[in-house]
Design a protein around this ligand. Structure first.
Ligand code: ATP
Ligand code: MG
Length: 270
């Protein structure tokens, strides 16, 4: 088959393949599109933890974005972990030079275990600069709490924080409910006109490494194919839900989800 569309991913590498650039490429590919990348950092990690992180120079991140897009123009962009103020500024500048307007920002700040991944200067640049330039921001609950300073314990708190992000300049927000204490999964889309609550089945599994990266990439992929924002969020949530459900059990720690759940291989390998 020919790729249905083209997506540029700006994010860090996860050597274990479950999150970061690797999860993003698998998602875009499994959904039938062409993935390009700008790598912001290289991590050595496995399912039990992170061993080291090496940052790529901001000017190199910019080069990857601009030189790649000049040749193959992306229809949508997904932005993942940006660890420093300098790299956030470089990405913001590069985005101005390319025409793609469908930009999804996953404002990665807090790891699944609760560790803060970026410093306060970087958080303030995401909030005051980059967030306003993107079409959709997809914070998880701890990230929405940091951005809005609102404690989130319920669905109503999620809505309150989403509305606050709109006041702060976001265009569209999807607050992810993976960290909420509830029997079902609740993700909430908010913009000036609409609030849409997505309810899905909660799967009991320790293997949820990379759910956030996967969701934002899936949404960017659907957007690149021309789906509207709410439909893209709905389909992205479904893709992640199915990928968790098919639990592949890899590694000794918090393992990856199954990005291949969308693919049926009909031909034998010869
Ligand atoms: N146990 C689960 N069962 C079903 N869906 C889940 C589960 N955990 C997370 N999700 C879904 O995964 C998506 C990502 O949400 P989550 O809050 O986990 O993001 P995140 O914290 O950014 O993830 P990450 O740890 O990868 O950064 C959401 O659509 C959420 O509903
Ligand atoms: Mg996340």
């Amino acid at each position: 088959m020919r790729p249905k569309s083209k997506v540029l991913i700006i994010a860090g590498s996860d050597s274990s393949g479950g999150a970061g650039i690797q999860a993003d490429i698998k998602t875009v590919t499994s959904l039938g599109c062409y993935a390009m990348t700008a790598i912001t950092a290289v991590t050595a990690q496995n399912t039990t933890g992170v061993k080291s992180i090496v940052a790529i120079k901001p000017s190199e991140v910019s080069k990857q974005i601009e030189f790649t897009s000049k040749d193959i123009s992306p229809k949508a962009i997904k932005i993942g972990m940006l660890h420093s103020k300098q790299v956030i500024l470089a990405v913001t500048k590069s985005l101005k030079k390319i025409s793609t307007k469908k930009v999804v920002l996953d404002p990665v700040m807090v790891a699944k275990g609760g560790t803060k991944l970026i410093n306060n200067a970087a958080i303030s640049y995401i909030k005051n600069k980059l967030m306003k330039k993107t079409l959709l921001i997809t914070p998880n609950i701890p990230e929405a709490e940091i951005l809005t300073k609102i404690k989130i314990r319920s669905k109503n708190d999620m809505i309150k924080a989403g509305k606050n992000l709109m006041v702060l300049g976001a265009k569209n927000v999807l607050i992810k409910g993976g960290h909420l204490n509830s029997n079902v999964m609740i993700d909430i889309f908010i913009n000036k006109k609409k609030t849409k609550v997505f309810i899905s089945k909660k799967h009991i599994s320790k293997n949820t490494h990379g759910t956030g990266c996967t969701l934002s990439s899936a949404i960017a992929t659907y957007l690149s194919c021309g789906k509207d924002l709410i439909k893209s969020c709905e389909l992205g949530i479904k893709y992640v839900n199915q990928s968790i459900k098919s639990n592949i059990k890899l590694g000794k720690g918090k393992g990856p989800i199954n990005h291949l759940n969308s693919i049926t291989i009909s031909k034998r390998f010869n």
